[in-house]
Each structure stands twice: as C-alpha cells, then as structure tokens.
Ligand binder design. Structure first.
Ligand code: SF4
Length: 281
C-alpha cells in the first residue's frame, strides 16, 4: 500500500504561511508534496503579493486553484419555480429586518463552494485518489492555531485525513508571528475576501487606509448586492431573505461606518465560527 501524500491547505495568512515555512525548514515532517491555495479572486493585493513571495521560499509547489470569482457568483440571482429569488452561494452577511432587528445569515456556503471543494478536488488529483476509495490517500494540513482549536473538524472524506500541525506544536497565532520574526521573515497579512463580513474594525481600518482600492471594491460590492436584490423584487420576484444585507455588524453601509472605535474588541472573533479553518488563517 502506498503512503498517503501530505498536502498543505494554504489560506496564505499568518498560521498557514508559518506552517508552510516550518515544513520547508524541516520543523514539521514529513515534507509536504504541495500546498494548495483556493483563490476566490477577491483577496486583497497584499495576499497575492505575499503568495508570490511565499512560493519562492518553499521547496514544494503551491497550486492556486479557483472556481472563479466569488463576488460575481454571490451577485447572480436565480429564481425558483414558484418565483422566489436566491443566490447559489451565500456570504455571511449581517441582516437588518424591516422592524429593525439585526441578525446574521446563518447558512453561508462561500467557504465550502470556493475554498473547501476546490482544494479537495486538487488534493484528490495530487493524491491519485480513486473513485470510491475508502482508504486514506492524503493527509491535509490545516493551519489552525491553539487559540482557535474550536475550529478543528475531521475530514468529511474517507480518503482524506486532517492534520493540525500548529496544534500538535501547541502554537498560538501570536507564537506564529514570533516564529516568523525570529526567523527573519516579514509579517504575513491576514487572509480573507476583501468584503468578508467576518472582518473586525481593525481589519476594516487597515483595508481602508492601506489598500483603499480593495476597500472601495468592498463598498461597491455591498451596493451591488442591494441593487441586485432590489432589481429582483422589482421584477416581481419574492426575495428570499426579507432583510437588508450589510457587510459590517452595525448594519450601516460600509462607506458610512465609523471604524475608529474598537467597539468589537472582546466580541467573538467571527473567523473562529468559520469552523473549517480555511478562511482567515
Ligand atoms: S473569507 Fe469570508 S467571504 Fe471569503 S470565503 Fe471565507 S467566510 Fe466567505
């Protein structure tokens, strides 16, 4: 029986980048055969620049896979036979109902559709997994750190096994940053789609001041979401969500939000609810 191949799920943020560089230095064994990055085509330029740099430091290839543009898919309205409109892929928007109740989309599919599935497809190919295979042919390294251990989830596929090397080494996100510094590497950016509602105020501030083009794209995306939904209602279709959608937890349009406060400090890190460990690592 051939040994399973080891493959890194690369989010290209702090944790997964540290994990990949540790593997490159032989601090985590065995050497992975590859890393796979799933591109939603909506990451900030800092992530793409970081990936360009990172792949030059690694002795194994980084495969960039994509299902296309997540934002384009999230804006595509479909219609059910009985005239209700919906989108195939949903993002974890914040919601504001007509009677002023704030909430959140509970069932998001963006991570599964645009991160998990494309990565699994590539892992399957690299591990030469056969149809119907039940034995483990691939070990997927996931970059979850000790402080986010609640995000660990076993693989859904019988032919893949998840491994969490940073948990094995008892490393927190902060430890990862210190390891990078000790080894003379630059600080990795935080990975996530530019419009991800899981951003906290600090990340929105950073995006607005350091990558204003990306911030403007997020503002335009939020407006486009509202426009598409309004258009589907105008066409006589019943909107499936019954609420207004926002990218910021305050349910205020992004270009009007005051990010100067850290009002969200101490609140749950929303990426921790992203339990697959594919975004924000
Ligand atoms: S970063 Fe946010 S918007 Fe992008 S796939 Fe992950 S959860 Fe969805």
């Amino acid at each position: 029986m051939t040994e399973p191949v080891h493959i890194i799920s690369l989010g290209a943020g702090v944790q997964s980048s540290t994990m990949a560089l540790m593997a490159a230095k032989g601090e985590i064994a065995p050497m992975p055969v590859a890393a796979v990055f799933a591109d939603t085509q909506d990451e900030p330029q800092s992530i793409y620049r970081w990936l360009d740099w990172l792949e030059k430091q690694l002795p194994f290839p980084v495969h960039r896979v994509t299902r296309g543009s997540l934002s384009a898919q999230a804006l595509k309205m479909r219609t059910t036979k009985d005239g209700r409109s919906f989108t195939v892929t949903s993002i974890p928007y914040f919601t504001l109902s007509a009677d002023g109740q704030r909430g959140k989309i509970q069932h998001r599919t963006c991570t599964a559709d645009f991160k998990i599935d494309p990565i699994l497809k590539k892992v399957r190919e690299l591990g030469r997994i056969k149809r119907g295979q039940k034995t483990v042919g691939a070990i997927q390294w996931i970059g979850i750190s000790l402080d986010e251990a609640t995000r660990m989830k076993p693989s859904r596929k019988p032919w893949a096994e998840s491994r969490w090397p940073l948990i094995e080494l008892r490393l927190s996100r902060h430890d990862c940053l210190r390891w990078m510094e000790r080894n003379g590497y630059p600080k990795p950016p935080r990975s996530a789609c530019i419009y991800c509602p899981y951003h906290n105020n600090a990340e929105w501030r950073r995006l607005k001041s350091e990558e204003p083009d990306a911030f403007e794209r997020a503002v335009a995306f939020e407006r486009a979401v509202a426009f598409e939904r309004a258009a589907s209602v105008t066409k006589g279709l019943t909107d499936n969500f019954h609420s207004k959608l926002f990218l910021h937890r305050s349910c205020v349009p992004l270009d009007q939000v005051d990010f100067s406060t850290d009002e969200d400090r101490g609140q749950t890190n929303l990426f921790e609810n992203e339990c697959e460990g594919m975004c924000g690592v």
